[in-house]
Ligand binder design. Structure first.
Ligand code: NAD
Length: 308
């Protein structure tokens, strides 16, 4: 992966044992960085400095941010929208209070760069309109609201304390390492494996932006290297319908994956179409088409496959 030159220094990856975090940590190690992983679960990558525990605990957060830290890639979060609706207080604690604490520790320790994993869900329902960094955030869920709040804190710390602070708004990320996830692509893979079908809300013509995890990792490096401050959309940049995803999964797995169309739920966005020209201007170039990308996911689910 051509990730380019990075300034030397230790990088703290919070959530480094999660789906995206594992790929980020591997890429950082491959680029020669010293890495600290702060997560509820220890990272199995080697060599990393593990700080294992709950970042809501101020002592855990303080141990994670050392004075040789050059950058913080903050991925740890409650990532389930449904969980955020069930328990908005907890999601605020993890997604907002921890972000605030890490920013303060970044200030105290002279950390140069802070990259927050945000989401296009900060913008809310814009109908069929294209979402850009200029779209006014109107989040629809506690998850989206906490990410928007995190973005505001990053903005303030960038402005007041000279930290390079980017809020990277990912679309739906997929790729190897999704076995524990419950989003649509792993559901397709499980259905193919088990000879079952999937439920599709509406007629399947809703547009969605999906992006491969390796494109996201490359995008994080691009944002960091460019010194970008402010929100930045990292996505595939070419929306596909839910029916396109089903068709691609059928091609890649060779399984029929029957579809049951069910009613559209409340709050379902009719379309997610994003403009990635700001990231492209910095050098971001998503490369993975859907069929190639799904072929990297299937082996973990395929009983005959190998673990990636
Ligand atoms: N996966 C996506 O499609 C997507 C889309 C948009 C934004 N994001 C954002 O990207 C980031 C990474 O997402 P992911 O899919 O890899 O999620 P993930 O759930 O796979 O990983 C999150 C990691 O954070 C850790 N964590 C959670 N709470 C913690 C706490 N209190 N203390 C320490 N560690 C904690 C978890 O143990 C986990 O390893 C998240 O911030 C998420 O909101 C993801």
């Amino acid at each position: 992966m051509p990730l380019g030159y990075q300034p030397p220094g230790r990088v703290l990856v919070t959530g480094g044992s999660g789906f995206i975090g594992r790929r980020v940590v591997r890429a950082l190690l491959a680029a020669g960085h010293e890495v600290t992983v702060a997560d509820l679960r220890a990272s199995r990558e080697n060599p990393v400095r593990n700080v294992t525990g709950d970042l809501c605990d101020p002592e855990v957060a303080a141990r994670a941010v050392t004075d040789d830290t050059a950058a913080i890639i903050h991925l740890a979060a409650v990532t389930s929208v449904l969980r955020s609706i069930d328990d908005p207080v907890h999601v605020h604690m993890v997604n907002v209070d921890v972000t605030a604490r890490l920013l303060e520790l970044a200030r105290e320790n002279g950390v140069g760069s802070f990259l927050l994993a945000s989401t296009n869900a900060v913008t809310g329902n814009v109908g069929q309109a294209t979402i850009s960094e200029r779209t006014v955030p109107r989040p629809l869920t506690p998850y989206g609201a906490t990410k928007a709040a995190g973005e505001m804190l990053v903005s303030a710390y960038a402005n007041c304390y000279g930290i390079t602070g980017a809020s990277l708004r990912f679309s739906n990320v997929y790729g190897p390492g999704m076995a524990e996830k419950d989003s649509f692509i792993p559901r397709l893979m499980r259905a193919a494996r088990d000879g079952e079908g999937v439920q599709v809300r509406g007629d399947g013509t809703m547009l969605r932006d999906v992006v491969h995890v390796d494109d996201i990792v490359a995008g994080i490096f691009v944002a960091w290297r460019s010194g970008h401050t402010g929100p930045l959309i990292l996505a595939g940049g070419k929306s596909v319908t839910v029916n396109d995803m089903v068709a691609a999964a059928r091609r890649v797995t060779g399984r029929p994956i029957p579809v049951e169309n069910v009613p559209v739920g409340p709050g379902e966005m009719p379309a997610v179409v994003v403009d990635i020209s700001a990231a492209r201007a910095l050098g971001y170039q998503p490369t993975m088409d859907l069929d190639t990308g799904l072929a990297t996911v299937w082996p973990e689910f395929d009983p005959k496959g190998v673990t990636v």
